[in-house]
Design a protein around this ligand. Sequence first.
Ligand code: NAI
Length: 451
Amino acid sequence: MKHQIVLLPGDGIGPEIAEAVRRILDASGVAIEWFHADAGLASIDKYGDAITDETLALLTEKKVALKGPTTTPVGGGHRSINVLIRKTLGLFANVRMVRTLPGVKTRFEEIDLVVVRENIEDTYGGLEYLQTADVGSCLKFITRQGTADVVRYSFEYARQMGRKRVTAVHKANIHKLADGMFLDTFREIAAEYPEIAADDIIVDNVCMQLVTKPTQFDVLVLPNLYGDIVSDLCAGLIGGLGVAPGSNIGHKLAIFEAVHGSAPDIAGKGIANPTALLQSAIHMLRHLGELEAAAAVEKALHETLAAGEKTGDLGGKLGTTAFADAIISRLTPVAADRTVTPVRVKAFGHAEARTVSEELCGVDIYVKSTTEPVVPARVGALTYKGATNRGAEVTDANRENLTLVDWWRCRWMAEGSIGQAEIVALLGALGETPWMHVEKLTKFNGKKGWA
Ligand code: NAI
């Protein structure tokens, strides 16, 4: 039976490298029925939208896709396809394999690590606001469910690919509640995989360690934003964007794509390097259980690069088509390592409902004011505790050191617990004082849920 795979060639160099990869895969003998669909500028030109509902439905139906890079037009209000695809199709993990390749000169040898990036949450939810004309804010959210999914995927990946250690990357020393949620959930899930070592590292330290001793890492799992940055850093470790593969994994779907973009500067010149997309396709073959074909294509790619037959970005002389031909000419049957099973992503289910006691203790109201806000000292059970400006308490002792902006966090606390009505009464008492953002201060199981 043929595998049914959606091919989204994408924009810029996308069609050139997608065609090269399709030819190599077809030459490997693996039976694939390709379903071509548009995404990106090509789709905007034809249908007025960067990705159509029909294409999203096709992806949902076929469940596996190979995607070329797509250009996100700056401005113009078009949806970012990558973000849209990930969110709409529930692709919660972005997996980037980071392995040095033969014939590709890099500062370090024998790097072999995997970066698993949470793909939906963090600062990528589009929850952004101008609090005042001069203050932008962006809501960073980390959920127990989203973290459990990506962490459990990382451990499943480690278990099934024979890897030994999973390291959580975070900044829980500063973002104690958001990254704290990530770290606590990581530790909970890690306990389900006693045979795999689990540890954690702060994101700034991991960056330093990666550029000094990258071979020490095995599988890294990160929240979205750190993962975005660290995975590009890792691409640099193995020879740059032309070679770094990736995949977007959901419970039901998987989309394989290179890390790089549409490279408009070299589009149409026939010189783009298809290696990154080809390596993504190799992982797609493993995902499909086509382990022999994956091994054969990988071996042919490695031999081609080792022979110095490379594209210009890697210091070679070949164009995209000639490079693909060189790989095809080296395709021979290879026995695959059947001890390594393809990673299957189970539906992990929702984090189980927990019994959590909640106690509303106070409220933070963000107020616009060019001077220290004048607000009610007491409304009902709520007593005013003071204001901060850009995170700093403003006192007589430090006022002259601070540069203040027109956005204040004002805090009211109650002696015991309160209901929502008290907060509504307080908002009413603020009268014409402009407020833009309200945060409840709640204790969960007796533990403070605010910083
Ligand atoms: P880019 O990755 O397209 O290009 C950066 C540099 O790397 C360029 O000099 C380019 O020529 C080179 N390069 C990239 N891939 C190459 C390859 N396979 N072979 C040889 N050289 C290669 O990044 P840029 O210029 O920031 O983004 C261009 C467009 O791509 C933007 O619209 C951006 O939004 C989009 N993009 C799309 C992605 C996706 O669809 N997954 C990911 C990243 C960017």
